[in-house]
Design a binder for this molecule. Sequence first.
Ligand SMILES: Cc1cc2nc3c(=O)[nH]c(=O)nc-3n(C[C@H](O)[C@H](O)[C@H](O)COP(=O)(O)OP(=O)(O)OC[C@H]3O[C@@H](n4cnc5c(N)ncnc54)[C@H](O)[C@@H]3O)c2cc1C
Length: 468
Amino acid sequence: MNEQLDVARREDTLLNSTRPGVRARIDPSRDKQVPHRIVVVGGGAAGLELATGLGNRLGRRGRAEIALVDSARTHLWKPLLHEVAAGSLEVGEYELNYLAQAHWHHFHYRLGAMAGLDRTKKEVRLAATFDDEGREITPPRAVGYDTLVIAIGSVTNDFGTPGVAEHAVPLETVAQAARFNQRLVNACVRAQSQPGPVRPGQLHVAIVGAGATGTELAAELHRTIREVVGYGLDRIDLERDIRIVLIEAANRILPGLPERISKSTHRLLDKMGIEVRTGAKVMEVTAEEVKLADGALVPAELVVWAAGVRAPRVLRDLDGLEINRINQLVVEPTLKTTRDPDIFAIGDCAACPRPGAAGIVPPRAQAAHQEAAHMLRQIERRLRGRPLQPYKYRDFGSLVSLGRWSTVGNLMGFVSGRGLFIEGLFAKLMYRSLRLMHEQALHGTMSAGFAAVARALSRRTSPPVKLH
Ligand SMILES: Cc1cc2nc3c(=O)[nH]c(=O)nc-3n(C[C@H](O)[C@H](O)[C@H](O)COP(=O)(O)OP(=O)(O)OC[C@H]3O[C@@H](n4cnc5c(N)ncnc54)[C@H](O)[C@@H]3O)c2cc1C
C-alpha cells in the first residue's frame, strides 16, 4: 500500500512538473519512469502527419513513446482516390508503407482497427486482423495511452438509400477506388467481346454527389474512358455508348463552394459532354439504373456514390465521448474532446467549432493538415505542462481539378477576406501544392521534391491510363 502511495506521489510530481520534456509516467509494474505514451489512431491526412511530426520531435530523443494505429498497412492521400478510380494514377508511386514510415520517423505502427475504448484503463481496443485466407495476423489487443488522438477520418453517407450498398461503389479506400476501376475496364472489355451490341446503360457511369470528389471524378473519367477505348476497343462507339451523368440533390454542383466556381465548372462539364442533373434526389440504385425522386430513371451499370460524409460508426460508442448527429467527436477549440482531457480528435472525424464563424471546421484536406500541425504544438505544450491554445481554421480557398481540361477555384485573400477566382495553369499549380504540403510534412522538403521530379519523369514512359 505504502509502495503504491509512493508511486502515486512520484507520478504526481512528474505530472505537475513544468520542465521541458519530463512529462513521463511511473509504470507501477516496473516501478520506474517510462516515457509518456502518445497514441494516434488513424494514419490519414491528419494522423500520419501528426505521428511523423511527433516521432521526429519527441520519439527520436525518447521524450515520448509514439504509436500509430491504422486498420490499413499503407497510406494514400485521399484526394487522389478519384484518380485511382479513373485509372490515371499508379498507386504504388504515391502510397506509403506505415511500417517503413514508422521506422524512419521514430514511432511504432500497430496494425488493427480501433473497435472500442476503455477510458478508465486508458486503453484503445483493437480488433483482430486476418489475411486473405482468413488466418489471424494479430489477435484482439489493447494499446495503452497517456494522450490519445483520434483521427479516423470519415466515410460516405448513403443516407440509407436502398441499393447503394449492393450496387454503388463508394470512394473511401484504395481498394474501393481500384474496384471501381476494375469494373470500368472489365465493362469495356466485355462490351468489346460480347456477341450482341452494347446495351443502353451498359457503359454509362452515374456519379451521385457533385461535391469536389464527384465532379473531379466525372472530369477525370471523361478522359480515361476515352483512352481505354482508344487502345483498340473498336466495337465501342464513344459518342453512342459512353455517357457520364453527375447527379446532385442540391440546386447546383459544388454546393459547398462559391457560386462562381460552381457556374464555371458546370460550363466546363457541359463542354466536355458530361450530363449534369441538379435538384435530383436519388431514391434507389439497382443493377441497371438510378431511380430519382421525380420518377426519372438514369440507366447506368456503373454507379459511384460520392454524396455526403459521416464519421465511422465505431465513434458512436467510445466509452461515453460526445458525438454529433453524423458521429463526429465533439471537440473544444483546443481539439480536446469535451468529456476527456486526455483524448483529442483531429481531421474529418472531429466536430471542431470555428470561433467567430458559423458551423464547424469543414472535412477537408487543408483542415486536416492544419489541425495536425496545431496538435503537434499542443502536445509539446501539454508535455511541458503549459495551457493549450485554440485552433483557428484558415480557409486558403478551394480548388477543383477537371483533369487535363482545367482547374478552377478561388484563393482567399487574407487582407480583404474575399476570394480571388483563379483558373488554368496557376490554379493547377496551387491545387498540386496542397498534396506537396502533405508530402513535405511526411518526408521533408528535399525528399518530397525529389519524389515529385521522379514521378514526373516516370510518367513519360508509362501509359497515361491503367489498363488492367
Ligand atoms: C475521393 C476524395 C477526394 C477528395 N478531394 C479533396 C480535395 O480535393 N480537397 C480537400 O481539401 N479534401 C478532399 N477530400 C477530403 C479529404 O481527403 C479529407 O478531408 C482528409 O483526408 C481527412 O483527413 P483525415 O486524416 O481526417 O482522414 P483520412 O485521410 O480519411 O484518414 C483516416 C485514416 O484512419 C484509418 N481508419 C479508419 N477507421 C479506422 C479504425 N477504426 N481504426 C484504425 N484506423 C482507422 C484509415 O485507414 C485512414 O488511414 C477528398 C476526399 C475523398 C474521399
